[in-house]
Write a protein that binds this ligand. Structure first.
Ligand code: G6P
Length: 607
C-alpha cells in the first residue's frame, strides 16, 4: 500500500526522503518518487519498481539539491504502475507537487471539470486532480488553497504538498488515511507511519481526520478546515530503531516469528493480576455486557482467521454466541445487528478499508464496538467504543505472524474476562490462567522442538498443492497455516475441515499428495486419525502436527511437527508457529521474496 514522507530542515532532503521511503517498503508498492525544492524550483524523480532504482537514478539523492521535499511509494489502483502514474504529481505551472495515499472517489467529475478549464493531465491517477485544484485555488496563500481543494474531494486521503512560492514549508492534510508528523530539532517530518520517522525522532503528532499541518524547519502549525490554528499533544514513540529493523535475521518474517514469545508475553503480562484477567480499558464494557446477546467478529485475512480461532474459547467460556464474518462480506450483507450485539473488530494495522467500512455499518445499527488493534492511534482504534491493543510492536513482513498470535491471545483473554464479568466462570478458570501464563514459554518450545522444518521444506517445496486438514480448533489453525503457505511460497494450499474430505476433496488425493494434518485437539483426535488413514490409503504423504507422546499419530504419519502439551481451547497460538516456520522455509527453498510477496500489501487501505 502507498506510503508518504515529507521533510523540511537544514540538511539535504533527498537522502532523508529516500531513507524514509525504504522504511515504508514493507507496506507493498510498485513505483516510487520524490520531489525536492531548491531556490523556488521543484524537481521530480520517479521510477517504476524498487526504491533502489530511485537511489540509482538520483545517485542516492545527490543529484537533487534542496532542503525541502516529499516522497511516495505507490501501489497501483487508478492506472498501471508506470513512471507517469507514480507520485509526486506536478501542477501544469510547475509550482506545486503533491503526494497522496487513499482514493479520490469523485475524481472523474473533477477531472472533466479541470480539463474544461484548460488543465492538462499527464497521468491516469485519481491523485492528479488534487495538484490541479491547488493550482486553481492558489492566490498566494497555501492554507486557503488547501482548504478549498479538500472541500472539493470525496474519499480518503493523506496528502503532502510543496509549493515553490512557499519556500521552507511542507503541507499535509488527512482524511481517513494515516498521517503522522515527526518533531525534530531544526527539522520536521511527516509520514504515513512511524517506521519512516524513528531514525530521526521519537516525538510525533498523530493527525486526525480533517486536520491540516504546515511544517517549517522551526515550527509545526496545525489548523482545521476553517484555517483556525490549534495545539495538539505530541506522543513519544517507545519503539526502538532496532525494533523496526531486521535484527540480524535474514528476513523480517523470521525475526517476527522468533519475537512471538516476547510479543505474546507483552500482550498478556500487564493484564494479569491476582490470578485474573484485568482489562482496565474495558471497564465501561463490563457494565454493558449483560445486555449483549451475541458477538460478531469481523476482520480480513489473517485477522479474520484469528477470529475463527478465538470463537471457540469465547463461546465455551463466556457462553455468548459468536459469529465470525469477513469484513468485505459483512459490510454489504444488511447484517442483523443491533445494540445487543458486541462487534469485535480485529486489525493489525487498524487501517484496513473493508474492516473500517464493516465497522461503520455495524455501528450505524447500534452495535457496541471493541477493536483489537496493533497500531496505536490508527483509524479503527479511533472509531471503536473500546480498544484493546496487541503489544506486538511494528510488524514489517507483509505476511503477519506476531500480529496474528497476539490477536488470538487477546481473544483468549477476552473470553476469560467476559466469563468473569458475567459470573459464568468455569470451575477450570485457574487452569486457564496458568495456561495463559505459560503460552510465551510454549511458543518458544514450539520453535525449539522443530529443528527439522528446513529439511521438511526441502522435501515438500516442489509440491503442486498442499492440503491442510483438521477439525474444530485444529481446523481454525489449518486455515491460517494454508494462508501463510500461499502468501509467501506461492504454492497452492487449501485448508479443509477433515470431516469434509469425503464430500469431494478426497477426489484430489493421489500418490505422493502432501497432506498436513493438525491433530492437537484430543476430543476429536480419533476422528482426524481416521481421515489420516483415509488419505494415506490413497497414497498421500502425511505431515502431522501433534504432541510428542501421541503414539497413534506418530505411527501413521510420514513426517512430524510437534507442539508442547497444551489445552486445545488455547492451542491455536502454539500450533500456528511450526506452520509459520514451514511456510517460511518452503518459500526460502523456492527463492521467493518472503517479506514482500508479489501482489500483496501489508495494509490494504482501499476496497
Ligand atoms: C492484508 C495483509 C494480511 C492481513 C490483512 C488484514 O491482506 O497482507 O497479512 O491479515 O491485510 O490486515 P489488518 O491490518 O486489518 O490486520
Amino acid at each position: 500500500m502507498c506510503g508518504i514522507v515529507g521533510f523540511v530542515g537544514m540538511q539535504k532532503a533527498a537522502p532523508i526522503l529516500l531513507d524514509g521511503l525504504k522504511k515504508l517498503e514493507y507496506r507493498g508498492y510498485d513505483s516510487a518518487g520524490i520531489a525536492v525544492m531548491d531556490q523556488q524550483v521543484i524537481s521530480i524523480s520517479k521510477v517504476r519498481g524498487r526504491i533502489a532504482n530511485l537511489c540509482e537514478k538520483t545517485q542516492d539523492g545527490s543529484l537533487m539539491p534542496g532542503v525541502v521535499g516529499i516522497g511516495h511509494t505507490r501501489w497501483a489502483t487508478h492506472g498501471a504502475p508506470t513512471e507517469e502514474n507514480a507520485h509526486p504529481h506536478l501542477s501544469n505551472d510547475g509550482r506545486f507537487a503533491v503526494v497522496h495515499n487513499g482514493i479520490i472517489e469523485n475524481y472523474i467529475s473533477l477531472r472533466e471539470e479541470l480539463i474544461k478549464d484548460g488543465y492538462h493531465f499527464l497521468s491516469e491517477t485519481d491523485t492528479e486532480v488534487i495538484v490541479h485544484l491547488i493550482e486553481m485555488y492558489y492566490r498566494g496563500n497555501m492554507r486557503d488553497a488547501l482548504i478549498k481543494t479538500v472541500n472539493r474531494l470525496r474519499g480518503s486521503y493523506a496528502i503532502g504538498v510543496i509549493c515553490s512560492e512557499e519556500e521552507g514549508k511542507i503541507y499535509a492534510v488527512r482524511e481517513a488515511s494515516p498521517l503522522i508528523l515527526g518533531i525534530g530539532i531544526g527539522e520536521n517530518f511527516f509520514a504515513s507511519d512511524v517506521t519512516a520517522l524513528v531514525n530521526h525522532t521519537r516525538n510525533v503528532i498523530y493527525l486526525e481526520d480533517g486536520e491540516f499541518a504546515e511544517l517549517s524547519a522551526q515550527s509545526i502549525k496545525i489548523f482545521d478546515c476553517s484555517g483556525t490554528e490549534f495545539r495538539k499533544k505530541a506522543t513519544r514513540i517507545m519503539w526502538d530503531v532496532q525494533a523496526a529493523e531486521k535484527g540480524g535475521y535474514e528476513h523480517f518474517m523470521l525475526k517476527e516469528i522468533m519475537e512471538q514469545p516476547g510479543a505474546v508475553k507483552a500482550t498478556i503480562a500487564p493484564r494479569l493480576r491476582d490470578g485474573k484477567v484485568v482489562f482496565e480499558e474495558l471497564e465501561g464494557l463490563a457494565a454493558e455486557l449483560p445486555n449483549i446477546r451475541k458477538i460478531v467478529i469481523t476482520a480480513c485475512g489473517s485477522a479474520y482467521y484469528a477470529g475463527c480461532n478465538g470463537k471457540y474459547a469465547l463461546e465455551r467460556l463466556s457462553r455468548i454466541p459468536v459469529e465470525v464474518e469477513l469484513a468485505s462480506e459483512l459490510r454489504y450483507s444488511d447484517p442483523l445487528i443491533d445494540e445487543h450485539t458486541l462487534l469485535i473488530v480485529i486489525s493489525q494495522s487498524g487501517e484496513t478499508a473493508d474492516t473500517i467500512a464493516a465497522m461503520r455499518e455495524c455501528k450505524s445499527r447500534g452495535a457496541v464496538t471493541l477493536a483489537i488493534v496493533n497500531v496505536v492511534g490508527s483509524s479503527i482504534a479511533s472509531l471503536a467504543d473500546y480498544t484493546v491493543y496487541t503489544w506486538a510492536g511494528p510488524e514489517i513482513a507483509v505476511a503477519t505472524t506476531k500480529g496474528f498470535t497476539t490477536q488470538i491471545t487477546v481473544l483468549y483473554m477476552l473470553s476469560l474476562f467476559f466469563a468473569d464479568c458475567l459470573k459464568r466462570i468455569d470451575k477450570d478458570e485457574d487452569k486457564f490462567i496458568e495456561t495463559l501464563q505459560a503460552l510465551p514459554r510454549m511458543i518458544q518450545q514450539a520453535i525449539d522442538m522443530n529443528p527439522s522444518v528446513p529439511l521438511l521444506a526441502k522435501k515438500y517445496h516442489e509440491s503442486h498443492a498442499l492440503f491442510f486438514i483438521g477439525r474444530n480448533t485444529d481446523y481454525a489453525v489449518a486455515l491460517e497455516g494454508a494462508l501463510k503457505m500461499k502468501e509467501i511460497s506461492y504454492l497452492h494450499a487449501e485448508a479443509y475441515a477433515a470431516g469434509e474430505l469425503k464430500h469431494g476433496t478426497i477426489a484430489l488425493i493421489e500418490e505422493h499428495q502432501p497432506v498436513i494434518a493438525l491433530c492437537c485437539n484430543p476430543s476429536i483426535m480419533e476422528k482426524t486419525l481416521s481421515n489420516i488413514v483415509e488419505v494415506k490409503s490413497r497414497g498421500a504423504e502425511v505431515l502431522a502436527l501433534t504432541f510428542r507422546h501421541n503414539q497413534k499419530i506418530l505411527s501413521v504419519a510420514d513426517d512430524l511437527l510437534f507442539i508442547p502439551d497444551v489445552d486445545a481451547l488455547f492451542s491455536g497460538v502454539i500450533e500456528i508457529v511450526p506452520l509459520q516456520l514451514l511456510a517460511y522455509y518452503v518459500a526460502k527453498e523456492n527463492g521467493c521474496d518472503i517479506d514482500k510477496p508479489k501482489n500483496l500489501a501489508k495494509s490494504v487501505t482501499v476496497e
